[in-house]
Design a protein around this ligand. Structure first.
Ligand SMILES: NC(=O)c1ccc[n+]([C@@H]2O[C@H](COP(=O)([O-])OP(=O)(O)OC[C@H]3O[C@@H](n4cnc5c(N)ncnc54)[C@H](O)[C@@H]3O)[C@@H](O)[C@H]2O)c1
Ligand SMILES: CC(C)[C@H](C(=O)O)[C@@H](O)C(=O)O
Ligand SMILES: [Mg+2]
Length: 359
């Protein structure tokens, strides 16, 4: 198959982890007979430095013409002045809006290595297999923002249509899994949450009677996620709650460096990125965990290119190297490997798995 993939490394550890993603994509193309055109673009702080704009026109055009977009991370302290007019994160938000990727899928299925790392009772991790579906292009992230003399406003607005489309996406995904949907809101306080609750209830009753649905308040959910994580299948929630709950869920997996994501809409182009940020505290040291990004490559191959075999092989390769104890510093204090070594271990394993299939 022929595909064009836009690679947007961004800032901080972004270029380090995307270098591993690029080599993995090149390997997949070579081993499985595909032609991937990998085209790099600027986004975030590096784009502000080069163009004064966190999402330059060239990058928008590159992404619009691509079959899929893979992003590293954006942001860093040098662009984080609270009074700055432009911010790296605006580039990412504009890209998500432009691509219309309203459903952000964040799977959390801890590898057994997590039991050794997570500061949780091992028994709690047994059977944990969660898929977060986070609404990605609405809510307080995109509402009107303004400063007043001694106040600031972030409007949180959701339309019925925005809630319906992401609910349908989540329900369809739940149907292919354990047919359970947990919707998370703050309906005891927020008007937007009450609209979410009534819309989700109606869509599920009318269109998905075969999928069990429950509604939980986000504060309680923050606790349940750590006390009974195995009881959840698909978790549907709005933009801001989804951002916070998925960082919390990374504790179940053992590290932020292990969680990938796929952002999908009705359009053709999907956006794929690890859930973590640019990790300025470790950037430039070659020690970042590349697995979340490599697992995002797997999601890209599956959801945008329909290459299920290759996607599953990458997931197997990452699981195998974790089994073998190829761990970066976030996962192991002793015998930690570098970003390059971890990336190379996955590629080596991928080659083996590809050969085994052909044999
Ligand atoms: N999608 C994105 O581009 C994205 C996501 C989140 C945060 N950010 C931005 O990143 C910047 C830094 O934010 P932050 O420090 O709050 O969050 P962060 O996710 O960058 O880092 C949080 C902690 O996790 C660690 N970590 C993250 N990814 C890791 C990896 N792959 N390997 C090993 N350790 C890893 C970091 O070292 C840090 O200690 C901010 O500007 C923020 O806006 C961007
Ligand atoms: C960088 C920021 C805008 C972003 C978000 O809040 O969506 C990040 O935290 C994420 O989880 O992808
Ligand atoms: Mg986040």
């Amino acid at each position: 198959m022929k595909a064009t993939i836009a690679l947007l490394p961004g800032d901080g550890i972004g270029p380090e982890i995307c270098a591993e993603a690029r080599e993995l994509l090149e390997l997949v193309a070579e081993k499985d007979g595909h032609t991937f055109k990998l085209k790099e673009g600027l986004i975030g702080g590096c784009a502000i430095d080069a163009y004064g704009d966190p999402l330059p026109e060239e990058t928008v055009k590159l992404c619009a013409k691509a079959d899929a977009v893979l992003l590293g991370a954006v942001g860093g302290p040098q662009w984080s002045d609270p009074n700055a007019k432009v911010r790296p994160e605006q580039g990412l938000l504009r890209l998500r809006a432009q691509l219309g990727v309203f459903a952000n899928l964040r799977p959390v299925a801890p590898h057994p290595v997590a039991a050794k790392l997570a500061p949780l009772k091992t028994r709690l991790l047994k059977g944990v297999d969660i898929l977060f579906v986070r609404e990605l292009t609405g809510g307080s992230y995109f509402g009107a923002k303004r400063r007043e003399a001694d106040a600031a406003v972030d409007e949180c607005r959701y339309t019925v249509t925005e809630i319906e489309r992401v609910t349908r996406k989540a329900a369809l995904l739940a149907r292919g899994r354990r047919a359970k949907l947990t919707h998370v809101d703050k309906a005891n306080v927020l008007e937007t949450s009450r609209l979410w609750r009534s819309t989700v209830t109606r869509v599920m009753r009318d269109e998905f009677p075969d999928v069990a649905v429950e509604h939980l308040l986000v504060d309680a959910m923050a606790m349940y996620l750590l006390t009974r994580p195995a009881s959840f299948d698909v978790i549907l929630t709005e933009n801001l709650f989804g951002d916070i709950l998925t960082d919390e869920a990374s504790v179940l997996a053992g590290s932020m460096g292990l969680l990938p994501s796929a952002s999908l809409g009705e359009g053709r182009v999907g956006l794929y990125e690890p859930i973590h940020g640019s990790a300025p505290d470790i950037a430039g040291q070659g020690i970042a965990n590349p697995y979340a990004t490599l697992l995002s490559v797997a999601l890209l191959l599956r959801h945008s290119l329909g290459l299920e075999t290759e996607a599953a092989r990458i997931e197997q390769a990452v699981a195998d190297v974790l089994d073998e104890g190829v761990l970066t510093a976030d996962l192991s204090r002793k015998h930690a490997v570098s970003t390059r070594e971890a990336g190379e271990a996955v590629r080596k394993r991928y080659r083996k798995l590809a050969k085994r299939r052909r044999a």
